[in-house]
Design a protein around this ligand. Sequence first.
Ligand SMILES: Cc1ncc(COP(=O)(O)O)c(C=O)c1O
Length: 396
Amino acid sequence: MMLAVLGGKPIVPENSFYTWPNVTGAEVKSLVEKFRSLSFSNYKLDSDVTIFEKKFNEYIGSKYCLTLNSGTAAIYSALLACDLKSSDNVVIPAYSFFSAATAVLNVGAKVKFCDVDLETFNINPENLNEQIDENTKAVILVHIFGNPCDMDQIYECTKNKNIILVEDACQAHGATYKGKKAGNLGDIAAFSFHISKNLPIAEGGAITTNNLRLRDKAAKANMFPNYIQDKYTNLGHNFKFNGLFAAVGIERLKNIEIYNQRRQENRDYLVDKLKIFDFIVPQKITEEAVSSNTMFVFRIDHTKLGISDSLVDSRNRFMLALHHEGIHCGVWLDKTVPEMEWFKQESSLYPKAKILTESTIYISGIHYPNSKLQMNLIIKAIEKIANNCDELKKIK
Ligand SMILES: Cc1ncc(COP(=O)(O)O)c(C=O)c1O
């Protein structure tokens, strides 16, 4: 069978996959009713924003929740709550979303990067230990693709050092480490409700924390000043969450466990069935962790695929072939964060992060309501490419 990328027929019929997010009638009803009633101000104590914060808090198991208008605003406000000085530094994994790094720059502190683990794709505790110095005031723990960081080792690294642990849980709604939910594993955490996430509400974000002082500081940063309370002493921003989105969020939260469960089943199925292809190395989830599986991400082991000596060339050829067979897939990050314009650092300083940018592919279709039916199509497409591996060399 000729590969689709070389002119053959794609193995996956069009429209075989459902899109994300799944939209329910109850969500649409709630949104329209709120919009019609014009009662979506978030100033009122009984507003949907307040109700959503309460419910999200309950879901995460944290004491305080503060909604904002994006995950980026949540990371930024969490850092503002940390009272960082210009001489302070914050350690961030080199393989992560750039928001965490830009948030550190925006609060006027310094960024220090840390390499990641090639198996879990998360911050490498050994390297973290090397990066921490006397000016380190915070570490941003990115639970990448919903895979919780190795918290015990991280607690060990930061013990008695007065370092604030900020979780970037933007991809980790419902993920757990030793039974405890992400968003509850550090001092303060940031979530995103972007449409692509496990709790997708168009745009939005939240902070969760068990520390009232951090919550109040973040709240102050997140709102423009209140005359009665602080007489314009703080500058503040306007990062308020949208009341209409909160109404959708309240409904959507009811289904998150069902949706996350399906992602888990689909991932487990893929990992099991793809074992026969030694060139596919899925992200490792340790026994202590349950991932929220935002995406299914794997490395291509180019030595096993055997079509090119180059990591990136092997990955790109394989990915293009997969895409042409009808599987939605892509590269989540093609450059490490330290290489980006703001930092211009050598990627050789973070070799594992560099390998991930050159060898990983994500497949997003493991979400609800996709099931084994769609997972079998992914497997068939990979099988077809594997059976015609040499043909990959012909791709221009
Ligand atoms: C790991 C991570 N951090 C932060 C963000 C930023 O969230 P938002 O897009 O809501 O600003 C994202 C979202 O793309 C993300 O995936």
